[in-house]
Write a protein that binds this ligand. Structure first.
Ligand code: DGL
Length: 286
């Protein structure tokens, strides 16, 4: 594997976009809308999704396998388009693994760019974050908001059922209403002053129409994809060396660790276009 990274290290390559499953497609579609000229590889670790309630160690291990796989595909820049992976694996990969693997490659997450763009939108200084158990328990949003906006209060709510509702195509069915309402009520019970809610899970934009229906009071609900895309554009503009290592032919390829047929069917719902995926194994790459 390391030899493979070395061999490809000088060639420019696509930008890698990673998620445990389908959720990262909401981020990919915003990135492609803003930066259509670049090439992308999307990988969903569907065989092992969801990551949301897995241990720190497991999410880190799976995410590192994915990062190595992307490097083997020639990617110099990888976006963890998954809040759970960003919360539990990003820091260790950046600080411990990247210097050994290849200090010139970069792995970026979605939490920091979301916080940079969104936290200042709150007028009350009270923000809510909806996410998976793993993301909320990690306290990553509190940490990042605290660094940039120490006066802002962050309250999290873990929505355990929301990812399964999306993955099982129940997000627009009546059964999902109960769970959406339940978590929004719990969030506002914890802090009634919240005026800005971050959807801190890339699956949740598919529930947006239900979320806005059951908001107990007026508040901004923010999907992070657009902000992640804007931050990526700024990043590539500021770092011309990295920009030069990203190929630009406007292509996108999809890989999944599970069934490519199922991935194609599900992904076309997220993206509103036909998706042909390939199966890949990433486990042996550690
Ligand atoms: N899409 C992932 C996120 O943004 C969550 C999905 C999962 O639990 O695997 O956190």
């Amino acid at each position: 594997m390391e030899a493979q990274i070395d061999r490809k290290s000088r060639d420019a390559g696509p930008i890698g976009i990673f998620d445990s499953g389908y959720g990262g497609l909401t981020v990919l579609s915003e990135i492609r809308a803003l930066l259509p000229e670049y090439d992308y590889i999307y990988l969903g670790d569907n065989a092992r999704a969801p990551y949301g309630n897995r241990s720190y160690e497991r999410v880190y291990q799976f995410t590192l396998q994915a990062v190595k796989w992307f490097f083997g595909q020639g990617c110099h820049l990888v976006i963890l388009a998954c809040n759970t992976a960003s919360a539990k694996a990003l820091r260790t990969i950046q600080q411990v693994n990247l210097p050994e693997l290849d200090p010139h490659r970069r792995v970026l997450g979605v939490i920091r760019p979301t916080v940079e763009s969104v936290a200042a939108l709150s007028e009350s200084g009270h923000i809510g974050v909806l996410g998976t158990e793993g993301t909320i328990r990690s306290g990553s949003y509190e940490l990042e908001v605290g660094k940039l906006y120490p006066h802002i209060t962050v309250t999290g709510e873990a929505c355990a059922m929301w990812v399964p509702l999306v993955e099982n195509r129940e997000y627009d069915k009546p059964g999902s209403d109960y769970f959406v309402k339940q978590h929004l009520e719990r969030l506002f019970k914890k802090d009634p002053l919240i005026d800005t809610i971050i959807l801190g899970c890339t699956h949740y934009p598919l529930l947006m129409h239900k979320i806005t229906r059951y908001l107990p009071k007026e508040a901004n609900v923010i999907s992070q994809g657009r902000y992640v895309a804007e931050r990526l554009r700024d990043y590539l503009q500021r770092r011309s060396e990295m920009d030069g290592r990203c190929t630009k032919e406007g292509s996108v390829r999809y890989f999944t660790t599970d069934s490519p047929e199922r991935f194609g069917q599900q992904a076309s719902i997220f993206l509103n276009e036909r998706v042909d995926a390939l199966q890949t194994d990433i486990e042996q790459k550690l």
